[in-house]
Write a protein of this length. Structure first.
Length: 115
């Protein structure tokens, strides 16, 4: 069982930046690590992913050019750098680690963006 712990959420003004981190209890080798978010009254939506084998990344259209996902294998950590934040980016952000037969979620970290 992989434990995922998110950190880095908080309150920021529109146009500002935050850096979220997802730290795992074991190596991410072979996993796809993704960030999802869920705003009040809405479903959980995909934000970004990094494929640990090769480092390929993928982003939702709504965050392309503003968010960057990156991984640090030595620290078992995946970061999500969020720039030019908008009020519509406000949500609980969740880390997900997925591999064949495995699917793990963190508890989430709150991001609030004031206009």
């Amino acid at each position: 069982q992989v434990q995922l712990v998110e950190s880095g959420g908080g309150l920021v003004q529109a146009g500002g930046s935050l850096r979220l981190s997802c730290t795992a209890s074991e190596r991410f080798r072979g996993y796809t690590i993704s960030w999802y978010r869920q705003a009040p009254g809405k479903g959980r939506e995909f934000v970004a992913a990094i494929y640990w084998s090769g480092g390929t990344t993928n982003y939702a259209e709504s965050v392309k050019g503003r968010f960057t996902i990156s991984g640090d294998n030595a620290k078992n950590t995946v970061a999500l750098q969020m720039n030019s934040l908008k009020p519509e980016d406000a949500a609980i952000y969740y880390c997900n680690a997925r591999a064949t037969g495995y699917n793990y979620w963190g508890q989430g970290t709150q991001v609030t963006v004031s206009s």
